[in-house]
Design a binder for this molecule. Structure first.
Ligand SMILES: C[S@@+](CC[C@H](N)C(=O)[O-])C[C@H]1O[C@@H](n2cnc3c(N)ncnc32)[C@H](O)[C@@H]1O
Length: 279
């Protein structure tokens, strides 16, 4: 996770005409090839239902700012509403070098006005006007996890790289930290339907539901405590937790290396298999 890795990060145009960033460190693109902005809007902002809330002020935690599309979709959708809701945003991002890419991105429509605010947020670490109050927490999001507690988030856009590549943000302990920050009706959105991700959310105390499937990709996952979601029924939850792949990542102390987190899961999977054979 250093600057040299991202010197070779490359932009690629996705199906909806918006660019994404291919990041060699993870061998992954930041967004779906079917449409980067579309993914932000349809997999995060819309299913979070955060702009449908009646309160005049909403609070959002954004995990993995990247090049800022999830927040762009939030700001742009909010700008279309006659109700000028106040937006309180906390965004976490490890990398400080994406500005070089952000400054080349143009939408050539009214999104550019909102994107300029996000470029400022990324450059200065905060952005504040009458409507938006946003802060960037740079560095490993796990180091900020204690500060999530009691923040009363209405939505969490959970958008790291894939669980196998970025396991530190998909662990039971990280989801527990989010659970302590999200309010009871708040909705966490994510693009992943991986068993280990769902297993971790369940163990962290969330109830889960299928998220939208966009661009022919697999469905995502939505999580909440009491939010309005079409939750999986008990049978579906049993199928998830009984699947050997649902053994979650664990990260005691939120400080293990990726390799340690992956190894720990492999060991736990072997132990569960052995136990099953004995029973
Ligand atoms: C899939 S991209 C996010 C895309 C972004 N949401 C957007 O809309 O453009 C994942 C992001 O998570 C960041 N990330 C990965 N591990 C992290 C960590 N431990 N702490 C904070 N950010 C992390 C990566 O640097 C990357 O920018």
């Amino acid at each position: 996770m250093n600057e040299s890795c991202h010197k070779s990060a490359e932009m690629a145009i996705t199906g909806d005409g918006t660019p994404t960033l291919m990041v060699p460190e993870y061998s992954e693109a930041m967004h779906s090839s079917s449409g980067a902005y579309e993914e932000a809007l349809l997999k995060h902002v819309k299913p979070s239902r955060v702009l449908e809330l009646e309160s005049g002020s909403i609070s959002v935690l954004d995990i993995g700012f990247g090049i800022g599309y999830n927040l762009l979709a939030l700001l742009f959708e909010a700008s279309l509403s006659p109700l000028k809701k106040k937006l309180r945003i906390i965004s976490c991002e490890f990398e400080r070098t994406y500005h070089q890419h952000m400054k080349t991105i143009r939408f050539n429509d009214r999104r550019d006005e909102q994107y300029a605010k996000l470029a400022k947020l990324y450059a200065d670490g905060y952005y504040c006007d009458g409507q938006i109050d946003a802060v960037m927490l740079f560095g490993d999001a796990r180091n900020h996890a204690l500060s999530f507690s009691g923040m009363d988030f209405d939505a969490v856009f959970h958008d790291p790289f894939s669980p196998s590549k970025n396991p530190e943000l998909w662990s039971v302990e990280f989801f527990k930290a989010i659970r302590r920050g999200i309010n009871e009706h708040g909705i966490l959105t994510t693009y992943s339907s991986a068993f280990q991700a769902r297993g971790a959310m369940i163990e962290a105390g969330f109830r889960i539901a299928g998220g939208p499937s966009v661009g022919g990709k697999r469905e995502g996952t939505l999580a909440s405590v009491f939010g309005k979601l079409d939750y999986f029924c008990n049978d579906e939850i049993s199928k998830i937790v009984l699947n050997p792949k649902s053994v979650p990542y664990r990260d005691m102390g939120l400080s293990c290396t990726r390799e340690e987190i992956r190894e720990h899961r492999k060991t736990e999977m072997k132990e569960r298999k052995a136990l099953k054979q004995v029973i």
